[in-house]
Design a protein around this ligand. Structure first.
Ligand SMILES: [Zn+2]
Length: 1017
């Protein structure tokens, strides 16, 4: 007969209770609700009422007999499960000591505090973001028996280990025998008697002796455990709440570090460190000291754990630039790892961005959330569109009650065992990583987890666990798998088959983000051109960028936060745009003030794109046509000249082909016909002599879908969304609103339910591009709005613009992988082309698309109801454009067209005043010209440090070849740099370049990003 595991676990619990040798209950406390008016109250004390901060205090005199013992304090703040951010912070003798929440209720008093005997206790309790009331229960001070605690932990952990081991494993029986023997020794006839205490000691000896005598087979996997807390800086709480959570969490970590010298902790996100620096400078210094010691790991690379679908390539670069600069400055180290446990898909440009930032490793758990397909590897080489490769590893720790991996792991035998069981790459590696600790809203590891972790290495068969750092883990992993020929690789994006609604939710944030990205491009570019190296300007830009980066956090930009999160981000964007506009204006005026002006009054038009272009400009409240502005340069034009261009008589403009009416819009290249309900009946390409739309189908169909995902409302669009479909057809108004022979606009107004959609369809001279300039007053909930274009094009794949490049995705449903990608993310454009002809769909702030079969759709509005019940209610402004073309998207210039849709020409009224007084610039000028049709000059910015201008190019045609950059100003020096603006080794052949007096020549490979620091004369 053997004691059952159930009985043994019961004994462990019983011992835990018995280990309390004495306790004191504090039946009263002084309390106040934030007004400083302390009053004595009996516990439990009711507290709460929405965003209030409560204070409780009491003085405790420890009995003399306790002052050498193990003394703990227990607090119960009645913290609910519903993540309302209700939590507290304990101060002992005026010192910030421990974070109190649902999982952290017991604080082990440090020895010096116990010896001192008098404890001034104060608890600061935040009552959460709801109006709910809670109870501050009577705190307890307990004297514990360490040996009983120790035995209890052993029994619990060993019993759990036995449960993990299979019945055919001899270790299962050996461990069970050991537990049985120990428990039989335990004399519970007279608890706390002398014979009981000596039986505890003898049981412990049985276990310790037995474990060391067990044979080691030498084949157990190894596992590095690192403490961690996922702190969403905004989600079901606001940034202010997350700042408080961070202080609480890190205080707890410090206490655990004092208590357990082997305990290590990992924390990403410089943004959080910057908050701590401000909110708790003493805590920040403690963190710096622990980091110095190597026990607190500062890693992760990015400024925040950013969304990776929506931010532009340049934004992602800045995440690393600002993130890693901060870590260098405050912690004196660089980062080697991208830590992205909880982000909703990873774009195919990331491996190259990582490589060029010196990041070698990538960690996530999120791909295990795939709805349909099991991602085949947990350790692999992740290869980007350009061929760059980083080592990727998924932490495979089990999420309790869900069949997915987690970054909020437990540390106990079951968790480490399942981490190994789950791990899909056993054939190539048996060295694993676990990040343990409570998270999403902070909290972090508990003492119990660390206690378990301490024992794990002694348990046979289970992964041999030790505390360590994630970087140490990755370096060892790399050493083990680097030379293996069977290390699998995965090329392209890591698409998450889940959370596809995050490309669209909270459209306002997506729009602000896009606007900010372009505004900062312009501001930096004209700032660099105007020779800004003023430290203050650079600091302003850095401040603005950090706000942009913060708002790209993976529950802000994806739209998955509570309403207050977006109220905060509105304020941030106001500031972001103000800074950007201020720097831009200063840059433009600095350039304009140097242009030799005529007596003839006029305007100066700036073009920040590296090719000559014409376009519409808004100036003095008027929209005017400018026929050509030099690449990355400007042109001055007199009012007289402008008037002449803008007054082209309709009939004369394009040989009579021009016609704008509510039934038909036509220019020399294209003719579109409208149905009575406003949809497109026909889009005829006159140049190609063919219809663009599929036979019998209408275009620009505004489609509505019932959008009630099973769960995660703001995050998800479910597979079955097309089943309930309606069309917007109730046209209540149509009129020609503009026609000057160069541009014509017909405005359609539809209503649907309580919403109104007003759309200007715009046709331009000399262009096949049709713009749909749209304003929506949206009053629906859980309804998805898309615009559909069924086109007469046959192709098995479509092309999607992504960060620093593009990729192809299937239009078929042949495989489960194709099928699972029923909603996809793109940056500025998507394209569906067959041999010789195709159609591109461009946008100025939208991301969600689906192209299956021959229908191209762009997702416009989502409007989920959780966590924001009124998400996307109200005004929307956006533009999408249909661009039918001959040839491929590349030869037809889709990419350039998309930049032009996004980045308008800038015009300013010129001050007249002769050519004297520093007016040394000509009337028309091109600063830089790029020869290389497939290469984009993405960024021109002042260098972060020192003089010089940073020029960043990226290849987008999947093509290699030479690039020549011509500069009007003499080039004094050139240096190839990485994305962090550090010089790259000149030895690498790929980094070679040739500098001329006014030119820079280099080569690119497909999708390569190249950055140079250039000093101009
Ligand atoms: Zn998260």
């Amino acid at each position: 007969m053997k004691l059952s595991l159930v009985k043994i676990k019961q004994l462990a619990d019983h011992l835990q209770r018995l280990s309390v040798l004495g306790s004191m209950t504090l039946s009263t406390c002084m309390a106040h609700s934030g007004d400083g008016n302390w009053q004595e109250r009996s516990c439990p004390i009711v507290y709460g009422g929405g965003r209030t901060m409560w204070h409780f205090k009491q003085t405790v005199e420890l009995p003399a007999a306790w002052r050498e013992g193990l003394v703990t304090m227990r607090f119960d703040l009645d913290v609910p499960k519903d993540r309302t951010a209700c939590e507290g912070l304990l101060f002992v003798n005026g010192r910030r000591s421990f974070g109190l929440d649902r999982n952290h209720k017991e604080y082990v008093l440090p020895e010096d505090a116990v010896r001192g005997g008098t404890l001034e206790l104060e608890v600061e309790a935040f009552a959460g973001i709801t109006e709910n009331l809670y109870q501050f229960k009577a705190p307890q001070v307990c004297l514990l028996d360490p040996m009983m605690q120790e035995l209890s932990m052993w029994l619990k952990n060993l019993a759990e280990a036995v449960e993990c081991l299979e019945l055919h494993d001899p270790a299962h029986y050996k461990l069970h025998d050991l537990l049985h023997d120990a428990c039989i020794r335990l004399d519970l006839f007279a608890p706390r008697s002398d014979s009981f205490f000596s039986s505890v000691q003898s049981a412990l000896e049985v276990i310790q002796g037995g474990l060391s005598a067990l044979p080691r087979d030498g084949f157990a996997p190894t596992l590095i455990a690192v403490g961690h807390s996922h702190i969403d800086i905004a989600y079901l709480w606001t940034i202010a709440d997350a700042r408080r959570k961070s202080v609480h969490t890190f205080t707890t970590i410090m206490a655990l570090m004092d208590q357990y010298p082997e305990f290590t902790y990992f924390q990403s996100m410089p943004q959080i460190y910057a908050y701590i620096e401000e909110d708790a400078p003493d805590l920040f210094r403690q963190i710096q000291a622990r980091a110095q010691e190597g026990r607190w790991e500062v890693e992760g690379g990015m400024w925040v754990e950013s969304d990776c679908n929506i931010p532009s390539g340049e934004s992602l670069v800045r995440q690393f630039l600002h993130g890693m600069r901060y870590v260098k400055e405050k912690f004196g180290k660089s980062c080697e790892m991208l830590w992205m446990p909880d982000v909703f898909g990873y774009n195919a440009a990331l491996p190259q961005i990582l490589k060029q930032c010196g990041i070698r490793y990538f960690m996530t758990t999120k791909l295990s959330w795939n709805e349909v397909n099991d991602f085949p590897h947990d350790t692999f080489g992740w290869v980007g569109i350009d061929g760059s490769e980083v080592l990727a590893h998924y932490i495979s720790a089990p999420e309790r009650n869900l069949d997915v991996y987690t970054y909020n792991g437990f540390l106990d035998p079951k968790s480490v065992w399942q981490t190994w069981e789950n791990y899909k790459s056993k054939a190539i590696n048996d060295h694993l990583l676990i990040a343990f600790g409570h998270g999403d809203g902070g909290g972090g590891p508990t003492a119990e987890m660390v206690e378990s972790g301490r024992r794990m290495a002694a348990l046979p068969r289970l992964p041999q666990t030790k505390f360590g750092t994630a970087l140490e883990y990755f370096r060892e992993l790399e050493r083990r798998v680097r030379l293996r020929e069977d290390l699998p690789s995965w090329k392209g994006e890591l698409y998450l088959e889940f959370h596809r609604g995050t490309y669209t939710s909270q459209a306002k944030n997506k729009r602000f983000n896009r606007q900010s990205e372009w505004l900062y491009r312009e501001a930096e570019l004209w700032g660099a051109v105007a020779n800004f190296h003023d430290v203050r300007v650079l600091e302003r830009l850095a401040d603005g960028w950090k706000l942009i980066l913060k708002n790209q956090f993976h529950d802000i930009l994806p739209g998955s936060g509570i309403p207050e999160v977006f109220e905060d981000s509105d304020r941030d964007y106001e500031q972001i745009l103000a800074i950007g506009r201020e720097v831009l204006e200063a840059g433009l005026s600095a350039v304009a003030s140097r242009i030799a002006a005529d007596d003839e009054p006029g305007i100066v038009v700036f073009n920040s794109l590296p090719w000559d272009r014409g376009g519409w400009v808004e100036v003095d409240g008027r929209t005017l046509w400018v026929d050509s502005v030099p690449a990355l340069g400007y042109r001055t034009i007199s009012w007289k000249e402008l008037e002449a261009w803008s007054r082209v008589p309709a009939s004369a403009s394009v040989g009579g082909a021009w016609s704008i009416s509510t039934e038909k819009m036509e220019n020399e290249l294209i003719r579109i016909l409208f149905a009575p309900n406003g949809q497109l009946l026909s889009v005829f390409d006159k140049q190609a002599n063919r219809e663009v739309l599929a036979p019998g189908e209408a275009g620009n169909v505004l489609e509505l879908f019932e959008d009630r995902p099973i769960r995660n409302d703001a995050w998800n669009i479910d597979y079955d969304f097309p089943l309930k479909r309606r069309e917007v057809t109730e046209l209540v108004g149509v009129q020609v609103v503009f026609d000057n022979g160069l541009r014509g606009a017909v405005q359609f107004t539809w209503t649907w339910n309580r919403s109104t959609i007003v759309q200007k369809v715009i046709v331009h001279r000399d262009s096949k591009r049709i713009d749909f300039d749209t304003r929506v007053d949206w009053q629906e909930r859980q309804v998805l709005l898309k615009a559909a274009f069924p086109v007469d094009v046959q192709s098995a794949y479509a092309t999607y613009d992504i960060q620093f490049g593009n990729l192809q995705r299937s239009t078929l449903k042949n495989t489960s992988w194709d099928e699972a990608q029923f909603e996809m993310c793109a940056q500025k454009w998507v394209d569906l082309s067959e041999g010789g002809y195709g159609v591109s769909l461009l946008n100025d702030c939208k991301y969600g698309h689906d192209i299956k079969g021959h229908t191209m759709r762009i997702t416009l509005i989502k409007s989920g109801i959780y966590p924001d019940p009124l998400a996307d209610h109200g005004d929307h402004t956006f533009c999408y454009s249909l661009f039918p073309h001959q040839g491929s998207w590349h030869t037809a210039g889709t990419n350039r067209e998309a930049y032009e849709v996004n980045i308008p020409l800038q015009a300013r009224v010129m001050e007249s005043g002769g050519s004297s007084g520093g007016r040394d610039l000509p009337k028309e000028y091109s600063y830089l010209q790029v020869e290389g049709e497939h290469v984009m000059l993405e960024t021109v910015k002042p260098a972060e440090a020192g003089n010089g201008v940073i020029l960043r190019f990226h290849e987008y045609g999947n093509q290699r070849g030479p690039v020549t950059v011509r500069s009007a100003r003499p080039i004094k020096a050139v240096e190839a740099v990485n994305l962090l603006e550090e010089p790259v080794s000149p030895l690498a052949e790929a980094d070679a370049f040739k500098m001329g007096e006014h030119s820079l020549e280099f080569r690119v490979t497909p999708y390569q990003i190249r950055t140079f620091r250039v000093v101009l004369g």
